[in-house]
Ligand binder design. Structure first.
Ligand SMILES: NC(=O)c1ccc[n+]([C@@H]2O[C@H](COP(=O)([O-])OP(=O)(O)OC[C@H]3O[C@@H](n4cnc5c(N)ncnc54)[C@H](OP(=O)(O)O)[C@@H]3O)[C@@H](O)[C@H]2O)c1
Length: 350
């Protein structure tokens, strides 16, 4: 089946995904009968374009990487903004990868709402809409008979939501803890190795891992938004980032890290969800953990999530040194899932 794809946001993640799609075009066609073409692209400063046939996606990647406008592409019509693209595009699946706004999840949630309302399947890597509007968007997708998938929002390509949805039938998630923010882990473990805070942050930025505004990482907002996204999806909570008791890593000094290391410990920015009475306690804060624990031995960009369940005990997911390629893979895995569901639907109609 051929799927028409639209992109809202064409930054590091979306371009890595576009490159992955191009590089594995024949694998997708041969193994999944999945063929695709891109019909719309929207960015903030690099133009918004639509095509009635198909865009040259490799050329689109090159244009944005040369910091030129997508309107330079041939066979495209320029549009004013993302909303116009969503309203006018001919797409089966829309990929939303605009920057995180940790205060509201907007305008990403509005883009997703608008696409789902038009009956377009949506995949996002943006955790904001999951933290602020997961319940509403999931219901909207159901009402419109389309999918809303977001595997890449919390642990890049590591299958967190798919694991819970497909591999843990009948279990209840009782809580979780982990390291959910790569930038702060790069900074803390870089400082452990003698680098300065600024050098380590520059490394995270160079790798394309830091948020467009790195304060969101450093002050714990990114981890707080991920904690809420996990709680909302895995524990059916209806929390908001302001419900998280949050502290970032600005107060963690090299001396603090050295003295922790002398005691066989490490300092990590730990996210937790614990049931407390009738409610849920959500925290993000620097904690001293044993160096030999799963959290202590996660270095650099590595992420760890330990999920506590009622029927399966504790399950740890460890993602070693993820980068944008892993988030791109999450978009690919969501696309394949949507394609499989559409194929099943089509078979049932015959
Ligand atoms: N980077 C990672 O490793 C990673 C991992 C997991 C999840 N994520 C999430 O994935 C999303 C994208 O991350 P990224 O690293 O690709 O960010 P990025 O490189 O900053 O790219 C953001 C893209 O969104 C575009 N954009 C900004 N405002 C827009 C708007 N109003 N309408 C349409 N496009 C708009 C930007 O266009 P201009 O450049 O023209 O302004 C750019 O193309 C974020 O929500 C992030 O939290 C990232």
């Amino acid at each position: 089946m051929e799927l028409k794809l639209a992109f809202i946001g064409f930054g590091n993640v979306a371009r890595a995904f576009a490159r992955m799609l191009c590089a594995h075009r024949s694998r997708l066609a041969e193994e999944y009968d999945l063929t695709w073409k891109v019909t719309a692209l929207a960015t903030g400063k690099h133009g918004c374009v639509l095509s009635q046939s198909a865009l040259d996606v490799e050329e689109a990647v090159a244009v944005v990487e040369r910091n030129e406008s997508l309107t330079e592409l041939s066979t495209v019509r320029a549009a004013h903004d993302s909303i116009e693209i969503i309203q006018a595009c001919d797409a089966d699946v829309l990929f939303e990868t605009t920057p995180l706004d940790p205060d509201s999840g907007e305008p990403a949630a509005a883009y997703i709402r608008s696409a789902l309302s038009r009956g377009i399947n949506v995949v996002t890597a943006n955790k904001g809409p999951i933290a602020f509007a997961h319940r509403e968007l999931k219901t909207l997708a159901g009402t419109n008979g389309v999918a809303f998938r977001f595997e890449g929002t919390v642990m890049d390509g590591a299958p967190v939501f798919n694991l819970a949805e497909y591999c843990l039938p009948a279990t209840r998630v009782l809580g979780f803890y982990g390291l959910l923010n790569s930038t702060t882990n790069i900074i803390l473990t870089g400082m452990e190795s003698g680098q300065s805070f600024d050098e380590s942050l520059a490394e995270a930025t160079r790798l394309g891992i830091a948020e467009a505004n790195p304060d969101y990482d450093i002050d714990g907002w990114d981890a707080a938004v991920k904690t809420v996204a996990l709680a909302n999806v895995l524990m059916n909570a209806n929390a908001r980032p302001s419900d998280v008791k949050r502290a970032g890593i600005r107060a963690v000094s090299s001396e603090h890290l050295k003295s922790a290391a002398q005691g066989g410990n490490a300092v990590r920015l730990v996210a937790r969800a614990e049931t407390a009475g009738d409610g849920l306690r959500l925290t993000v804060s620097p904690e001293t953990v044993p160096l030999a624990s799963p959290l202590g031995c996660a270095r650099g960009a590595s992420n760890v999530l330990v999920i506590k369940t009622d029927l399966m005990g504790e399950i740890a997911i460890f993602e070693t040194d993820p980068g944008v390629e892993q988030t791109a893979y999450a978009l690919l895995s969501d696309l394949i899932r949507i394609h499989e569901d559409l194929m099943t639907e089509r078979r049932h109609k015959i």
